[in-house]
Design a protein around this ligand. Structure first.
Ligand code: 4NP
Length: 150
């Protein structure tokens, strides 16, 4: 989950899918991505994010959707890009004591050697930001998959 579901989270979805495909685990996981905001609903990912991913052999094809409370019950792990997303997603839960709370985490909490705890929003920045998104996600998703198949 990110803010617009056109940069960071569609990239995370595609990186995850690529990695499970490489390990022949495609049928073991269901993965999806969404945004906390609805401005880009129905759109393909941002062209800059698509081009940066494609340069690494990863195609981004998902369409932006906005997250709703009900979505939180459909998945075992809800991984967010930054602390604003964390607050926004948790605020969808009507009951604060809800056990769903504990499955909502920063995706970089799975990263082994990142000094970052958030994936910075690349939308208003330059090319470096989009490369950084993929570098950070690559590390974190390796850790995530390891923890899931452990
Ligand atoms: P994302 O990036 O959350 O990684 O998809 C953004 C996309 C759009 C906007 C902000 C962040 N926006 O303000 O429209």
């Amino acid at each position: 989950v990110c803010l617009g579901n056109i940069c960071r989270s569609p990239a995370a979805e595609a990186v995850f899918k690529q990695k499970i495909k490489d390990r022949n685990l495609e049928n073991v996981f269901a993965v999806d991505s969404e945004g906390t905001g609805g401005w880009h609903v129905g759109n393909l990912p941002d062209r800059r994010m698509r081009e940066t991913a494609l340069a690494r052999g990863i195609e981004l094809t998902s369409r932006s959707r906005q997250i709703e409370e009900n979505d939180l019950y459909q998945f075992d792990h809800i991984l967010v890009m930054d602390k604003d997303n964390l607050t926004a997603v948790k605020s969808l839960l009507k009951d604060e004591s809800n056990s769903v709370n504990s499955k909502i985490k920063l995706i970089l909490s799975y990263s082994k050697n990142s000094q970052f705890d958030e994936v910075p929003d690349p939308y208003y920045g330059g090319q470096k930001g989009f490369d950084k998104v993929l570098d950070l996600l690559n590390e974190a998703i390796d850790g995530l998959i390891e923890s899931l198949i452990d």
